[in-house]
Ligand binder design. Structure first.
Ligand code: SF4
Length: 161
């Protein structure tokens, strides 16, 4: 998110912190310590500072060796193995399977913005409050969900034929 509205809470917070780099570093550091304690063991978080877990069925897409935020890359090997490290399972294959299971496939059809590399190793939670990244996507409307699931099932069937 590049332009921020300074009349909103997040816009004001962002401007406040941008003018106080020491406070910004402190809060981001505290946020990162808490996030690391939770997200590293649970999701093998890579500390990208711009969390997309809610779009990727709660599997961290940043474990992909290509760091793709919109996958898969097209190089996935047979059996869902990674192109770069064939001994590993493709992260995006796992994301797709889990999305099917959790009925979250529609999130995979939303193209995520390119990663802001300047946010690496900063607190993703603080970045949400600052309006530097989107709020987590929690649920999908039932109609849209049905339509997207139908499309996903059709695509799977076509692939099998
Ligand atoms: S998407 Fe980013 S912040 Fe979220 S778990 Fe993965 S590396 Fe961590």
């Amino acid at each position: 998110m590049s332009e921020r509205d300074s009349s909103t809470f997040s816009g004001r917070l962002d401007a406040h912190l941008a003018a106080r780099p020491r406070l910004e570093r402190f809060l981001s550091g505290v946020g990162l310590v808490i996030e690391n304690a939770i997200k590293v063991p649970l999701f093998r978080c890579q500390r990208c500072g711009e969390c997309v877990l809610s779009h990727t069925a709660f599997i961290c897409s940043q474990r992909c060796p290509k760091r793709l935020r919109n996958g898969a890359c097209g190089g996935t090997r047979p059996g869902g193995r990674c192109e770069v490290y064939p001994e590993r399972r493709c992260v995006w294959y796992a994301i797709y399977r889990r999305s099917l299971l959790l009925r979250r496939v529609p999130f995979l059809t939303e193209r995520l913005a390119p990663h802001s590399w300047g946010l690496e190793h900063t607190s993703a939670w603080l970045n949400v409050f600052r309006g530097r990244e989107e709020w987590p996507a929690l649920r999908i409307g039932p109609l849209r969900h049905r339509m997207d699931m139908d499309a996903a099932e059709r695509a799977e069937r076509e692939e099998e034929d």
